[in-house]
Design a binder for this molecule. Structure first.
Ligand code: GAL
Length: 667
């Protein structure tokens, strides 16, 4: 387990570097990430390279017993390059060119930019190939940040046409597959296809989905270009990329195929402000389930420990509000990441910057170099954490970017949000202290006792066969709304929903509706009545048993939740977007059937996670919590009760852990 930091030596006078690096080593840090936006310092003018300063910084890091993680600087092409080759700039759907002056202004499909990328990455890789203190590389920085995965320029038009030519046998094949008769969209050749730029009404959903796929594939190819160059120079380096939390435009699973290590950037008090009504505690420490979902997704991406490449170090500049995190929150986040399977936590940044766009962003040190609160937290985390085996999760939650894209193209309700719906089930699993791998549906599922598939929207025969094999072999599956509603090209199939999954789920959809929040929406489940929201389906049965019915409305008395015994396992299908209580009941029934150990339902803001025989209790609330465990249980970190924003690590079985909140009112 390692703690590290992101450092920008180029922002500080050279005579200050050694002191800084020594302070890093004193805090017990092991890795220092550098270089991600430094192109104009590395190559101030075309062909004039200056790598001496970066090498000196890496040398220093090594002298103090740490390792460097270097980054390719491609997120910030310098001004001279933009002026020479303005075609590298991104273009919006309305034709606006994204100008120089911030970052991420390049197009992934620009042949000119790919050429420049090859040049700068090769130069760096060659220079550092034999350096003993470079552990690995981060490609670029946060692909897609600031809404930059999808570009609409002329280079993208050419690349999109080529991408489609490879995918379809002929233009007639494409016309047929997308269904272009509608609104006179028949095409006579691939040359007629442009990126989906501004139109009076919405674009064809099949074409849009393809553009989302193509744009993501463009980033995958761009990342691969960099990864291949780095590996060619030293195949012992790890290659990683720092993804963002719950970012939807880019298929992180696809990008990960070219990485050795997946990492992501965690800013809990920023990301929580995208949720509906953050509590005061959320503003101070974030929401452990929201952060946890990203930890579990990026762990799931390669099925191995991930890194947090940027961990919030204190107050930050970019969310609407910028509260100071609670005392100890920076340490709490490191423990929480490790409990979810993280192997390293790198704080962003070392020192608050005195210039440029991010002056209102804390570092572990203040602007004058003196320690800020994050420094003590990072140092304490470095001291407390210890090496652990990877997480072994009994449950898989299936997530696929195609489903996210397709449902976002036709949400069919202003309230239908893919991540929110996924989170409904994820939170219910986490409220029982269960470790969850968030993985794509084409992975081997045989080791999971239970699988939750909140939104398998696009269904093909191969997927249906795989899930049927899993359940027939004794697996337990729980599916949510919109399962099997469309085919792989975002078209309704010539069969009732759920298309090829009907045999496994033992039911089909008779009708569906979406409803505003002020409608009363109720269903029964095993004799109790529950709320649901936004989306309702009602089923015709074909082998399944009714577990719940609609209670009121036009669907009153029709099947809403069904269960199908299938081979040695079972498949449950919930045809409504469940409220919290119904999600808890569905998940409890699933975990019981699959015989998975679990805690009693945990309070909001308190997380329990087991890794390698240790149980982490991370308290993201301001109130102390008592942990009920058998007497004699060994506490490795902390003690009972656990204070607000504090952590306990115990040698225990999660099923033995109960939590009592001292003051049950969350502030
Ligand atoms: C990240 C980014 C960093 C920095 C940070 C500020 O998204 O990778 O470069 O901008 O946010 O919180």
């Amino acid at each position: 387990m390692s703690i590290g930091v992101c450092y920008f030596p180029e922002h500080w006078p050279r005579d200050r570097w050694e002191e800084a690096v020594q302070e890093m080593a004193d805090a017990g840090l092991e890795y220092v990430r550098m270089g991600e936006f430094a192109w104009s310092r590395i190559e101030p003018r075309r062909g004039e390279f200056d790598l001496e300063w970066l090498e000196a910084a890496v040398d220093l890091v090594g002298e103090y017993g740490m390792q460097a993680v270097l980054c390719t600087p491609t997120a910030t092409p310098p001004k001279w390059l933009v002026d020479e080759r303005p075609g590298i700039l991104q273009e919006d759907a309305d034709g606006t060119v994204k100008d120089y002056g911030s970052r991420r202004h390049y197009c992934f499909n620009s042949p000119a930019y790919r050429e420049e990328t090859r040049r700068i990455v090769s130069k760096l890789a060659e220079h550092f190939a034999d350096h003993p203190h470079v552990a690995g590389w981060q490609t670029d920085n946060e692909f897609g940040c600031h809404g930059t995965v999808r570009c609409y320029c002329a280079d993208c038009a050419t690349a999109f046409r080529d991408w489609l030519r490879k995918k379809f046998d002929s233009i007639d094949d494409l016309n047929e597959t997308w269904g272009t008769t509608f609104w006179s969209q028949h095409l006579t050749g691939f040359h007629e296809i442009d990126p989906p730029r501004e139109t009076p009404a919405g674009h064809h959903p099949s074409r849009l989905l393809e553009y989302h796929r193509f744009s993501s594939d463009s980033v995958v190819a761009y990342n691969r270009l960099q990864a291949d160059i780095l590996r060619k120079h030293n195949d012992e380096w790890f290659v990683t990329h720092n993804f963002m939390g719950q970012f939807g435009d880019l298929d992180a699973f696809d990008v990960a195929e070219d990485l050795d290590l997946v990492s992501w950037d965690s800013y809990p008090t920023g990301s929580v402000q995208s949720t509906e009504e953050p509590t005061v505690d959320d503003y101070r420490a974030g929401d452990p389930r929201q952060v946890g979902l990203s930890h579990d997704l990026y762990r799931g991406a390669l099925g191995k420990p991930f890194w947090v490449m940027e961990q919030q170090p204190g107050d930050i500049n970019w969310p609407p509000h910028s509260p100071q995190p609670a005392e100890g929150a920076m340490r709490l986040w490191a423990h929480h990441a490790v409990a979810h399977g993280g192997d390293a936590v790198m704080y962003f940044r070392w020192r608050r910057c005195r210039e440029g766009q991010e002056q209102y962003h804390a570092g572990l040190r203040k602007q004058d170099g003196s320690p800020d609160r994050g420094y003590a937290d990072a140092s304490r985390a470095a001291d407390e954490l210890f090496d652990l085996a990877p997480v072994d999760a009994p449950v898989a939650l299936l997530h696929r970017y195609d489903d996210l894209w397709a449902t976002s193209i036709q949400p069919h309700s202003p309230d239908f949000d893919y991540w929110d719906h996924v989170e409904t089930y994820y939170r219910a699993l986490r409220r029982r202290g269960v470790q969850v791998d968030v993985i794509p549906p084409d992975r081997d599922l045989s080791d999971y006792a239970a699988v939750v598939a909140p939104s398998l929207y696009l269904a093909a025969d191969a997927l249906a066969d795989r899930l049927a094999t899993y359940v027939a072999g004794g697996g337990h599956l729980l599916c949510g709304v919109r399962t099997g509603e469309k085919d792989s090209y975002n078209k309704l199939p010539n069969a009732p929903q759920p298309g090829p999954l009907a045999d496994l789920l033992g039911a089909t959809v008779d009708r569906h509706e979406t409803l505003p929040a002020d409608f009363e929406t109720r269903v029964t489940y095993d004799g109790d009545t529950y709320d649901y929201r936004t989306w309702a389906e009602w089923f015709d049965l074909d082998g399944a048993t009714v577990r719940g019915e609609h209670a009121g409305g036009v669907a009153d008395g029709t099947p809403a939740i069904v269960e199908h015994e299938y081979g040695a396992g079972s498949a449950t299908w919930c045809g409504v977007w469940p409220g919290t209580d119904l999600a808890d009941a569905l998940v409890e029934s699933l975990l019981a059937r699959a015989d998975i150990e679990r805690t009693p339902v945990l309070p909001d803001g308190v997380a329990v996670a087991e890794r390698d025989g240790h149980v982490w209790v991370t308290n993201f609330t301001g109130s102390p919590v008592s942990v009920d465990v058998p007497s004699g249980t060994e506490w490795v970190v902390g003690s009972n009760p656990i204070d607000g924003f504090d952590v306990g690590v115990l040698k225990a079985d999660p099923a033995e852990v109960g939590i009592t909140v001292a003051d049950s009112e969350r502030s």
